[in-house]
Each structure stands twice: as structure tokens, then as C-alpha cells.
Design a binder for this molecule. Sequence first.
Ligand SMILES: *Cc1c(COP(=O)(O)O)cnc(C)c1O
Length: 370
Amino acid sequence: MNDPILLTPGPLTTTTTTKTAMLRDWGSWDGAFNALTASVCHDLVDIIHGGDTHVCVPLQGSGTFAVEAALGTLVPKGGKVLVPHNGAYCQRIVRILGYLGREAVVLPFGEDAPAEPARISQVLASNPAISHVAQVHCETGTGILNPLPEIAHVVARQGRRLIVDAMSSYGAIPIDLQSMSIDALVAASGKCLEGVPGMGFVIARRTVIEAAAGNCHSLAMDLHDQWIYMQKTSQWRFTPPTHVVAALRSAIDQFLADGGQAARLARYSENCATLVSAMRKLGIRTFLDDSVQAPIIITFHSPPDQAYNFPEFYRRVREKGFILYPGKLTEVDTFRVGCIGAIGATEMRRAVEAIATTLREMGVKRLAVK
Ligand SMILES: *Cc1c(COP(=O)(O)O)cnc(C)c1O
């Protein structure tokens, strides 16, 4: 197969086994498909140690649909949500809350600085009306990792509820629902589990989802309704993404056989280290300090050279077999390279070779500000 390697944070490169799992049509009423959904949901709770306290509610659509559904279903109409903000996906949560008519309190951090538990704690202490905190775990806009265990700890101590966008960390970064107090954690099929895109899921505290009747503004986004219906019928409410679920079943089987979260983190960490050291050898700088970088996606400073422009750079690297990702920062010119997907250190090295050749072809000489 000559598909380009996707160095993007979803969709990403999947294995042939995962793609092959989609070569079958499933009936949505069929017992075999319902069993498939149930087994996937069971494993999705298990991977983050949800035990008996948490349940999995899957939802059709991309990850954002599930984030919106979680906020719309779990934050009641008079709720007030603190959003620690250090990037584009935090901003997306703020926009969603605006659409939902839920009040947001933004706590800004620099895009290169992790959210600080102590400041979150302070804001909660002085704002008793804040009912929830909506926290992005790995902020994919830059690749920064926010300290989730410490944040969960201060939110619980202040007696507030925590909703986590763990889209780009779930499956790779350790998350333990038995030691962190989290009401709902949102992720999707097509990120670190290495399934194909098309299904989001919310791992929610059972008592919280059961108490959420009547909160949601939208029928299609109502996770409480989806959960109750699934409990009754073992079916999805509306047409399920059958092939996506089948691919995810296969992707989870491979994930578990490979050694689960620890093995995935080890592979991504090696990908990240290989990528960053080869790029630094070329002379290209990372945007983030290594100490706050998650091994998921890396933001690099664009070469400050007249001869560089991203569209041309992208096109030429793509011709060599690799798909890069544009930067998402407003103030600094950057581009991003993902290190997740069914790829290893060999692909990362070859990607940097393609980048090096491309920069030579384009006549880019100045690679970093001295
Ligand atoms: C990918 C991602 C999402 C969801 O984005 P979609 O384009 O809707 O799949 C949400 N939050 C984070 C942190 C992500 O990485």
C-alpha cells in the first residue's frame, strides 16, 4: 500500500488489520453487532480503570460531538464552567459553552505553559458559583500536557465536578479513574487507540449520567437518552457507525495484545524522541520545553527564512510520502508533526529525511532564530 503516512493527530495511520476489520456489513439490530458494541464499551471503561463507578456512552461523530454532548448533558442549565485555557481545544470548549448558553469562566495560561492546579484551586475558592471544571488533558493545539491528577485533586477538594477532554491522551497517557475524581472523560475512536474516526465516547460516572435527565438542549447530543436507550435495548439510538465500531474492536484487540497503555506510551515516546532529536540536528526548534511536551504531537518553529512557506513545504513533503499538520498558534509561525498512529521510529526518521530534503529543495537555509 502506498498511502502517505499521516503525521496528524487524527485521522492517523492505521494497521492493515484494522482496515480489514471494516470489510463486513453489520445490521444495527443484529445481536452480533450489539455484542460488539458492548465489548468495546466494556474495554473502554477498563482501559482507564473505570471499574463499577463509570460507564461508557458512545456517540456517533467526531470527537467534538462527544465533547459537546458531555457538556450539554452533564452541565445543568444554570451551571457555570471554569475552563483553564492554554490552547485551541480549550478555546473550542469555550465556544461550545457559548452555543449551549452555559456560563464559562476562562482562566488563561500561556500556550507554552501547563495549567496550574494552585491557580485553579484559587479561582474555585473565590467563585463558589462555579459548578464544573472543563479541562483539556493533552492540548493538541501545541502538544502540551496538563497535569490531570493534580488538577483532579484540587477540583475534588473544592467540591466541584470535573469534565475532561482526553481526546489525544486516552490510551497513551496513564489515566486512573479510581485515583482521580472525574465525572466524565471524553475521547474518540481515531486517536491513540488507532481506530478509524467516526465515534466519540464519554466515560461517565454512573450516578452522574443517571441524574442528567432533562439537561440536554439537543436530542441527538443527549448522552443520558443514549445511555438509557442502550441499557434497555443494547442498541444505539440512531444509525450506528458500524464499520467504525468493528475497526475499533480490532484496534483495541491489537492495543491489548501489544501491551496496552504502557506499551503505547513507550512507542510514542520513542517516536517523539526520535523526531525531536533528528529535527534539532537539522537546526529546527521545538515550541515547547521538553518538560511539558506530551509524546503525541510536536509543534516546531517554522524556519525564519524568506524561501519557506507552509503550503509549498507541505506539498513537497507529501510527495515524499508524509502528511504534516499546520500550526495552530496565532502569534508564532509554526507547523506540527504528530507521533501517534501505527508508526514507529523508522517512519519518524524517514519523515525527517523528507523534511530535510524538502528544505534543501526549497533553498531554505536559515532554520532557526539564533
Ligand atoms: C482531536 C481532538 C478533539 C476532537 O476533534 P475532532 O476534530 O472533532 O475529532 C478534541 N479535543 C482534543 C484535545 C483533540 O485532540
